[in-house]
Design a protein around this ligand. Structure first.
Ligand code: ATP
Length: 356
């Protein structure tokens, strides 16, 4: 059984009359890489601050390692935070920055030296030990902040949008390294981001937050392939979201959409006959053809080349726009008449909880 390291039990947080976190319950397991993901202002940082003790809850309880820390001061919680701005000490060298916390704890100097050396190797900062923060690149500063966070051996490391200021290439390589470091040390990471690609590539589980509430907690694969709401489908990656009506629900789910189209799909969720629902179809699961006339007629109104794939914007006869993603960009031109079909196994039916 996985051990629960952090538990938020029906936590709410209000700033004045503004209720920003609402009835939020979450278990974080030991050794996992958990990401809090959601749009700006949804409350991610506030959740992180409630765990670290930098904010106090309005209602509910916070547990760390089964101990109720709701009323315990931030300095006494065994968590460490890496802030968005890194907050390195500008007048201290790399080694001084990394060893600062251990010195404060009065750890013997030879023990400090040993631990600093091994952490510097782990985060690949060898040769830069005596540089000051302003003599380091963004990625190197990032590593110092990570080293400073993990050297204290916290039970949990909280990372607030830690990679957001790096350029795309550096960000990608830091994502891989961060994940490697986390696995090697087995420290629980709680990572905050609004970037879905970051969440999908690094996390063991993702918590999607919308307006202070949890929408879905799941593995990256399930969040992407089986979103449980239109909000999640729309926020994570690109999605075509279309209206449909349930015609039958016996063996499989028989649906009508676009007035005259009928499709049968398999789903474990139960829907009622006559219910109007939403269908989520990722652009890569839209099949586009000029020859196969069995599909739905449409016209290509836009082609966007995106390196490893190309996005087609297709206007159907009913004026609905559908996005498709294809690999071979030379097959299609703007104004081409095409026929589209949806890969049946990748259509996700959803209760009509939210409008897009
Ligand atoms: P971002 O991705 O933009 O950093 P976030 O999801 O981390 O956003 P929070 O910083 O947690 O969001 O803020 C959630 C809401 O709480 C926002 O509406 C914000 O204005 C409000 N808020 C946060 N801190 C305070 C505070 N100290 N006083 C008043 N309101 C606050």
């Amino acid at each position: 059984m996985k051990k629960i390291l952090i538990r938020l039990d029906k936590v709410s947080k209000a700033f004045g009359k503004n209720n920003v976190i609402k009835d939020f319950s979450l278990d974080v397991y030991e050794g996992e890489f958990l990401t809090l993901l959601g749009p700006s202002g949804c409350g991610k940082t506030t959740v992180l601050r409630l765990i670290s003790g930098l904010e106090t809850v309005t209602k509910g309880k916070v547990y760390i390692d089964s101990v109720d820390v709701t009323d315990i001061d931030a300095t006494k919680r065994e968590v460490n935070t890496i802030f968005q701005n890194l907050a390195l000490f500008p007048k201290m060298t790399v080694v001084e920055n990394i060893s600062f916390g251990l010195k404060m704890k009065k750890i013997p100097p030879n023990e400090i030296n040993k631990r600093v050396k091994s952490i510097i190797k782990l985060v690949k900062l060898e040769g830069l030990e005596n540089r000051y923060p302003n003599e380091l690149s963004g990625g190197q500063q990032q590593r110092v902040a990570i080293a400073r966070g993990i050297i204290m051996n916290p039970k949990v490391l909280l990372l607030d949008e830690s990679l957001c200021s790096l350029d795309l290439k550096l960000k990608k390589s830091m994502q891989v390294e961060l994940k490697k470091i986390q696995k090697k040390l087995g420290i629980t990471f709680i990572y905050v981001t609004h970037a879905q690609d970051e969440a999908l590539s690094m996390s063991d589980r993702i918590v999607v937050i919308n307006n202070g509430k949890i929408e879905q907690i799941d593995s990256p694969e399930n969040i992407y392939q089986h979103p449980n709401s239109v909000f999640v489908a729309d926020f994570i990656g690109e999605a075509n979201i279309i209206d449909a009506k349930v015609l039958d629900n016996k063996d499989s789910l028989k649906l009508s959409y676009f007035n005259d189209q009928v499709i049968c799909i398999n789903t474990i969720e139960e829907f009622n006959i006559g219910e109007t629902i939403k269908l989520v179809i990722r652009p890569e699961n839209v099949i586009v053809s000029k020859e196969d006339k069995k599909g739905i007629l449409g016209k290509i109104t836009g082609i966007t080349y995106e390196g490893d794939s190309t996005k087609l914007s297709i206007e159907l006869n009913n004026e609905i726009m559908i996005d498709a993603r294809i690999v071979d960009k030379d097959t299609f031109d703007e104004d081409d008449i095409v026929y589209i079909r949806f890969s049946k196994n990748f259509i996700v039916p959803l209760r009509n909880r939210y409008e897009k």
